[in-house]
Design a protein. Structure first.
Length: 291
């Protein structure tokens, strides 16, 4: 729905994109139940620093195991949730779950941050900064244990309000990233004014980089632009070694993708940390931890 809207700015009727189609309405009414009945869970995908070779954080990605429909992808249900006020309890649930898990990792001596994806409505919600502050306080976590991923379109919907909320979150020490960079409308002037620490280059550019000279140039120029603004760059969707090598040659800071690690549940992530060459430093800090 969002992709279609963004693409042409108008939409012709298509049941697949209709938020009020029977299937979607059924899904919506089930989602409230899903939150209450714990059908939702978070997977975590590693993010690594290409200069140090170390995993420094994970991104929380929601998964819904519906009792009859089976696995429902967030790409399918998040855009619908975003049209309703259900997005607020959903994000509260994700934040609480991710922050609780971050506390568990810290207790185990694992020092890395967790990133949570926000919807546009969350960013424009003036209660968000105090909600985040309260949750961090409850779990006794510093702001820098949390990263929030927002999109360009969320910022551009109401830049003044977004700026206010982002400033407040920034004051808490929370890291702020622009997700799917390059796919929405954005103004570089605003980027400069926002307390953004990181740009995540959308995987559509990254994955085409080797076949498409234009995508290669887009990625390379984005890295240069970001660095000139003292912003960190994460490449999304790294699926093989060749892409990783190219990104390193371009001076890209960080990477994420199936080649490094897939999204995993907390248990599988613990195994990955024990085995992956990106995690030697984490295994050390774990051994040295008093817990
Ligand atoms: P995103 O935040 O841009 O997340 C990256 C997506 O790319 C994830 O899809 C991830 O599984 C996938 N991915 C990661 N590495 C690779 C790779 O190497 N190749 C390919 N082909 N894909 C890769 P996922 O988990 O299906 O999530 C889709 C989108 O749903 C996310 O895109 C995000 O916008 C949204 N989303 C997921 N969880 C949440 C959430 O808790 N709250 C909100 N508001 N949105 C969420
Ligand atoms: Mg994201
Ligand atoms: Mg992304
Ligand atoms: Mg994306």
């Amino acid at each position: 729905y969002r992709a279609k809207k963004d693409m042409c700015g108008l939409s012709l009727y298509n049941a697949e994109y209709d938020p009020h189609s029977p299937k979607r309405l059924a899904m919506m009414s089930d989602l409230g139940k899903a939150i209450r009945e714990q059908q939702l869970t978070l997977f975590y995908q590693p993010k690594v620093n290409l200069k140090t070779g170390q995993c420094y954080g994970v991104e929380a990605l929601i998964r819904w195991f519906h009792p009859t429909m089976g696995f429902v992808s967030p790409a399918e249900f998040i855009p619908i949730v975003e049209l309703t006020s259900l997005v607020h309890p959903l994000t509260s649930w994700v934040l609480d779950e991710a922050i609780t898990q971050a506390r568990v990792w810290k207790n185990e001596g694992l020092d890395f941050s967790v990133a949570v994806n926000l919807s546009a409505r969350n960013l424009l919600d003036d209660n968000l900064p105090s909600l985040v502050r309260r949750m961090l306080y409850q779990h006794n976590l510093p702001g820098n244990a949390l990263d929030l991923e927002i999109t360009e379109s969320a910022i551009m919907t109401d830049p003044a309000r977004a700026l206010r909320n982002l400033d407040e979150l920034h004051e808490l020490g929370v890291g702020l990233s622009v997700d799917d960079f390059g796919t929405g409308y954005s103004s570089l002037a605003y980027l400069k004014r926002l307390p953004i620490h990181t740009l995540k280059i959308d995987n559509s550019f990254v994955r085409q980089m080797l076949e498409s000279h234009r995508d290669d140039i887009i990625v390379k120029s984005t890295i240069q632009l970001a660095h000139n603004l003292e912003i960190n760059v994460v490449a999304e969707g790294v699926e093989d070694q060749v892409l990783l090598d190219r990104l390193m040659a371009m001076g890209c800071d960080d990477a994420q993708g199936y080649f490094i690690g897939r999204p995993m549940n907390a248990e599988a992530l613990a195994d990955w940390i024990n085995e992956s060459s990106w995690c030697e430093h984490l295994r050390h800090s774990k051994e040295e931890s008093p817990d």
